[in-house]
Structure formats: C-alpha cells, structure tokens
Write a protein that binds this ligand. Sequence first.
Ligand SMILES: Cc1ncc(COP(=O)(O)O)c(C=O)c1O
Length: 368
Amino acid sequence: MVIPYGRQSIDDEDIKEVIRTLNSDFITQGPRVEEFEKKLAEYCNAKYAVAFNSGTAALYCAYRVLNLKKGSSFITTPITFVATVSAGILNNLKPTFVDIEPDTGNIDVDLIEKSREEKTTVIVPVHYAGHPVDMGKIWDLAQRYNLYVIEDACHALGSKYKGYKTGSCKFSHITVFSFHPVKHITTGEGGAALTNDKELYEKLLICRNHGIKRGEEWFYNVEYPSFNFRITDFQCALGISQLQKIENFIKKRREIAEFYRQELSNHPLFELPPEKSYAFHSYHLFPLKVRDTKRKREIFKRLKEKGIGVQVHYIPVYFHSWFKKKGFKEGLCPKAEEFYKREISIPIYPALKKNELEYVVKILKEIL
Ligand SMILES: Cc1ncc(COP(=O)(O)O)c(C=O)c1O
C-alpha cells in the first residue's frame, strides 16, 4: 500500500464532461475556457479570471502585466515552490526573501516593511498549505508605499481571510491558482489569474497568447514577445466539473485535518499546523513539524518505508544552486531554515479512505 501525500479525485461525471468536449467542435480556444473562467471568478467573488496552462504561466503573466521597471524587486517567502520566485526573475525582477512565521509557515507580515527598499515594487505572499496570509496588513503596506500585490494562492483555493474568499482580490491586484492534480481542483496541468481590474484582465489575456492583441478581420498585433500559455477546452471541461464539487472537497480536507488534530494533538514528537482566528484553512497540505530536528530524517524514512508518501514543503528557495551563485547565503531567513528542518507533509486529499487515514495515524503513533 502506498498512500501519496496528495492526489486528484476524478469521477465519472468529470470523465463524461471531458469526453463531451473532446467530441465537440473545439478542443482548444473554444467556449469551455471562458465558461470555466466565469465560474471560477464567480466562485471566488472576483470580476475576472484568465485560465492558463499552469499556475507557473499564470504567475509569469501576473508579474509581466504589471509592467515593472527592470531591476525592480519583489518581496516574497523562501518557503514556497520555486515557481513563485522564478516567474519574477524571468521578468527581470530581483527577489527579496523575508522570513516566515514559524507556526503557519507564511511570510511574517511584520518583517516586510523593514525589508522594503526603494526598488521594491511588488509583494508576493504565498498562502502556504492553504492557510491565508494576514492580507490586511500586506494591503495596508501596499497602499502606504504604492506597491503591487500578487497573491500566490496555488495552495489556497477555497480558503478565506476574515470571511473574504481567497481569489476575491480584496487585498491584492492579482491572485494566482494552480490546478495541478494535488491541488483542490484539477485540470491535469493548469492555473488561473484573477483580478478586479479590467485593464489587468485584458493584459493577462494578451500575455497568455504570444503578446497578441486581436483586431478586426484577420488583423492582430504583437505587443511584445510572449509564449503560448493557453489551456485546452477539455482541461477546462474537467475544471468546470471539478469546481461543482469544490465545497465537498474542502469539507473532506477539513474533516481529515480535524481527525489528525484529534488523534495527534498530544503526540510528543509533532507540532500540528494552526488555524488562526482570521483564517479559514483549505488544507492543501497538512504540514507536521518534528519537534526534534535530529529525528526528521529517520521519521521521514520510516514513514516512506511504511508506504506513506510523505513530502517536504519546502527546501528554502535560496538553498538551490542558482540562488547560491547569485550570492544568497544560508542564514538569511533563520526561521524558514528551521521550518525546513522540521517539516513533513502527511497525506491529505478528499479521496483518502477511512482505513488509510487510520493507518497513517497508527504508524505515526508507533513511531514513538
Ligand atoms: C506555491 C506554488 N506556486 C506556484 C506553483 C506552480 O504551479 P504549477 O505547478 O501549476 O505550475 C505551485 C505548484 O505546486 C505552488 O505550490
């Protein structure tokens, strides 16, 4: 038995929807893309959504459409998937890493102001594991210093901050999601960028399609070189079908988290993730923290041997060789580094069966 840390939940309805679209006139650049975008924007309470062929593509275009000066810098967290940072770097921006809150693993919003420089133009918080960042504070800073905010919400579809849905862009200019199979809903590969700003929306559409702005008849104009970041109609058909089940997916994830809390809250080896008073957590991940850092490796190995597909989220981004070559050094964000030494993500996804869940808990208890 191998129980992965995350996986998709696809049923016959999803498959039927995909087949229906495969049998239709358009399998790409057809009506289902727009339908998915409308439904996603509606779900998140945002005005506009643009679907992409990955979360990374959506992030790339989010940075691109802000049209920031070369050499500008962005503030983000080292505890994220590298795409948050690469997408900025590929837009000629420089990353500034700000340390995290040790409990949620999110960027410590109280450290952002001190790290801001003249060249800082955008803040990119990541809602780690599905627990929203304290966005009110970030938005205040953004207003005060005239900064943009891009939310990397690739972990956080279905979460809420002070009752506002993530994706509503109440506290940001653009919010980005990923629909990779381990995420809350899937399109295979896929992503989206949401905004309430019509101009940014139109720019996102252009960035998705080679920098092309369409004109009358056969005319079109390339405003700048970009890529083909388009998603297909059959992927969006899957997305539409998945989105109908999102409330149930989130409910299941929260039930699993609750079960882990009941079973593991007194476990001497592990600290459990919090859910702060302002947060409605959508539990993309369930990140445990090993109290004794010296035991992490052995525990990780033991769990793997027992068929539990644990993962580590994340190696701090600046530990990777490219960043080292650019001069980022260990010690830059001590709390993030400590977090990395302790973190192990255990399985959480709607299709996880009761007996599998009980097995995970049994093994975690035996590890004592
Ligand atoms: C925080 C974060 N940002 C960005 C991405 C990139 O999304 P995608 O894999 O859809 O390109 C991921 C994907 O795992 C992620 O976890």
